[in-house]
Design a protein around this ligand. Structure first.
Ligand code: DP6
Length: 360
């Protein structure tokens, strides 16, 4: 695809100072992104539910420099506390996006960010964090280029967010977003996420995601390292083909509302993701004993009651418990009675499908 559509040409910077604020949610993949090429291009397409309450709120305060130099000038605060350790990640992000938003070096920025979920929850904040920051930067671009349409604004914001963290490009809209080119999904592409464009059965409209915090510690292996281990991985090409096939399958499942097929596909995707980690070289395991305890309890409960509850995992030990709102009462009772005991300090987060980022 042509990258030149994302370049900002012929702008006049008459902005002096001000601030913009965006709130952007996290997302949970149903078909997983695991493996990428250069420039944050995914090896396979993925699809996710956008979440609602797990989000990052970022305020970007800008003031024009008196003299433009060759440096990115910014400070980052998390919960009002200066965070120099966030610097390298944001510096890398700015370097990657600079050619598309050439005004970055013309301003001094203060980035004030906070998450609605605890920082030490083991929940990745990169999707919500990078998408919120990308949107703030786009709000500045919008002030420099009033011709920018809303559609192009959101596409470019997703394009920039992807360069910060791949999964971040799926957080801007809701309630289902596809990222990565797939022959059966119109408009899908590797450069930005697109709202899932087809009919979705009622049952998927108000899905719940109860996130069980099994391990709140820092991950031993970062996603970036994990993605890289897919290069030369013995099962890589089969995995990428499987993901393409699963997107085709989930398209008909989303239309028909077949929950048995949905649960089988989503759980298989989660276990395949972790199987890739266990079979890479070096190999690693991010699940904990309590992750497996929870999975077994879910299977047992499902067999006994026939209720449609399933799990998915991201690159960590925490378990996302997915279920339609229609069955909420019984399934939530089960979670409290049988699963919360496996959470670190009994902590969990009740989330549900959401509809994307908002400017505040
Ligand atoms: C397991 O988006 O965190 O959550 O692009 O290196 O920032 P980077 O990786 P990241 O990878 C997330 C992978 C996943 C699956 C998914 O969200 O699709």
């Amino acid at each position: 695809m042509d990258l030149s559509r994302f370049l900002l040409k012929n702008y006049q910077n008459k902005l002096n100072n001000g601030s913009v604020t965006w709130s952007s949610p996290s997302n949970i993949a149903l078909v997983k992104y695991w493996g990428k090429k250069e420039h944050q291009i995914p090896e396979n397409p993925s699809i996710s539910f956008t979440l609602d309450s797990c989000k990052t709120i970022t305020k970007l305060i800008y003031s024009k420099k008196n003299e433009v130099d060759n440096n990115f000038d910014f400070e980052v605060y998390l919960d009002e506390e200066l965070k120099p350790d966030f610097h390298p990640k944001i510096e890398t992000f700015f370097k990657r996006i600079e050619s598309y938003v050439p005004f970055l070096k013309e301003f001094k920025f203060t980035i004030k960010t906070k998450n609605t979920f605890p920082h030490s929850s083991g929940i990745a904040s990169s999707a919500s964090g990078m998408s919120a920051l990308a949107l703030c930067i786009m709000s500045i671009e919008k002030q420099l280029n009033s011709n920018l349409s809303e559609e192009e604004f959101i596409k470019k914001a997703s394009f920039l967010a992807r360069l910060g963290s791949g999964s971040a490009c799926r957080s801007l809209e809701g309630d289902l977003v596809v990222w990565g080119k797939h022959p059966n999904i119109e408009g899908s592409n590797d450069l930005f996420g697109v709202k899932y464009p087809y009919k979705v059965h009622e049952i998927f409209k108000d899905y719940n995601d109860t996130i069980l915090l099994v391990d709140k510690g820092e991950k031993q292996v970062s996603s970036t390292v994990g993605h890289n281990l897919m290069h030369g991985h013995p099962f890589a090409s089969q995995r990428f083909d499987q993901a393409i096939d699963n997107i085709t399958k989930i398209k008909s499942i989303l239309e028909s509302g077949d929950l048995d097929q949905f649960m089988a596909l989503v759980e298989s995707e989660a276990l395949t993701l972790h199987a890739m980690m266990m079979t890479s070289m070096p190999y690693f395991i991010l699940m904990k004993p309590n992750t497996l305890e929870i999975i077994n309890k879910i299977w047992q409960f499902r067999q006994e009651t026939g209720l449609p509850v399933c799990f998915t995992l991201d690159a960590g030990a925490n378990v996302h418990v997915l279920y339609p709102n229609k069955y909420k009462d019984k399934i939530y009772e089960f979670i409290k009675a049988q699963l919360v005991a496996y959470c670190q300090n009994g902590h969990y987060i009740c989330d549900k499908i959401g509809f994307g980022a908002k400017q505040l």
